[in-house]
Design a protein around this ligand. Structure first.
Ligand code: SF4
Length: 184
């Protein structure tokens, strides 16, 4: 089993190699590292702690930390999507750490969410043989929402009160309906 210290060392070493820093808040940083550790134990690879993974390596490849989007995000915004990796000026508090918009293409997100819902249905106990993706989604009570103002997408029970990207109010979120066929 991988230890939290190992996860931390790996992130520190990677940050050093690329001239980045890890998030300056120790508690926030610890949460992210624990998320990476949990994902590695669950899936066998450290998928991004801020995104839902499908559990299928081929679908999740781009969000294995450090993800494909880290370098362009740090270049453009000074931080990766989760703010695990930050630029020096953000680390030193000279520039605020602000929300970073999702750079992962929408079709990859939807494919991942659909697979995760289907996977959840397939993992249901044997006594309930017929389980629809809708039932499964209802059971885990998560829905896919997008902000009509900026396109931010989030997978949770309810839309957020305020969009973390453009600050739009909850009323501007709409649900994306996922249709998943798990019959084979
Ligand atoms: S957004 Fe940051 S924490 Fe998430 S996978 Fe990319 S580099 Fe890692």
């Amino acid at each position: 089993m991988i230890t939290l210290e190992k996860v931390r060392q790996r992130a520190e070493s990677d940050a050093k190699t690329y001239g980045y820093y890890l998030h300056p808040d120790p508690d926030f940083l610890k949460d992210l590292l624990e998320g990476l550790k949990r994902n590695e134990e669950r899936y066998g690879y450290p998928s991004c702690p801020c995104r839902l993974a499908s559990g299928k390596f081929e679908l999740d490849r781009d969000i294995i930390c450090p993800c494909d989007y880290r370098d362009p995000d740090v270049q453009e915004y000074g931080a990766c999507y989760c703010a695990l990796y930050v630029r020096k000026d953000l680390y030193e508090g000279k520039t605020p750490i602000l929300p970073v918009p999702e750079r992962r293409p929408m079709e990859k997100q939807v494919r991942t969410y659909g697979t995760a819902v289907a996977q959840s249905a397939l993992e249901k106990p044997a006594e309930k043989a017929e389980v629809t993706p809708q039932e499964s989604a209802a059971e885990i009570k998560l829905k896919l929402w997008y902000c009509k103002q900026c396109g931010y997408v989030v997978f949770r029970e309810e839309p957020p009160y305020i969009c973390p990207i453009c600050k739009a109010k909850r009323e501007l979120f709409a649900e994306i309906k996922i249709h998943v066929d798990i019959r084979g």
